[in-house]
Design a binder for this molecule. Sequence first.
Ligand SMILES: CC(C)(COP(=O)(O)OP(=O)(O)OC[C@H]1O[C@@H](n2cnc3c(N)ncnc32)[C@H](O)[C@@H]1OP(=O)(O)O)[C@@H](O)C(=O)NCCC(=O)NCCS
Length: 156
Amino acid sequence: MLPITIREAELADAQRLLDIERISFITDLIPLRQMRYLISKAKAVTYVAEYEGRVIGYVMVLVPKHPRPARIYSIAVDPAHRGQKVAQRLMHIALGYLRSLQYAVVRLEVRADDEGAQTLYRQFGFTPIRHMAQYYADGAAALKMQLTLEVPSPSE
Ligand SMILES: CC(C)(COP(=O)(O)OP(=O)(O)OC[C@H]1O[C@@H](n2cnc3c(N)ncnc32)[C@H](O)[C@@H]1OP(=O)(O)O)[C@@H](O)C(=O)NCCC(=O)NCCS
């Protein structure tokens, strides 16, 4: 398994995250200003995976006020390091964090034609709840997926 470390993103990571985003997505890209905002100010948490001192992937999670559901906003891994469970480990950390915040529901949108990402999400228990035509700027449809988290009772 690739020896990665996972930590929270800092503002200094913004440009590298944008670079990974730009080689990973063909549409609906985040401007640098929004990336910086999401890392530093918004109700959001971003985890980055580092390998040999370089960021090779990230997951960005939106954490709105309860009882609104949390949302996996974006996840991407540098193509040079895909297929080595980096996304899986990022998702594991992100979902653990959401459990610790007592979120009951996590949602996300994924391209309807992206079988790989959907498989990743299904591994964690996400199931499709809605098909949304013409969701992305290039006209592609999205699948909204949802996961119900088991929140520990206060006595645990
Ligand atoms: C989707 C993405 C984040 C996966 O990253 P990754 O580090 O390669 O994924 P992992 O190695 O952790 O894969 C975990 C599981 O997801 C599934 N999976 C991931 N990519 C897959 C692919 N291209 N095809 C089929 N299954 C895939 C597999 O089931 C895999 O488990 P396995 O290796 O035991 O079969 C990466 O391909 C990426 O950055 N894609 C472009 C951006 C994107 O589409 N993000 C999701 C948008 S919603």
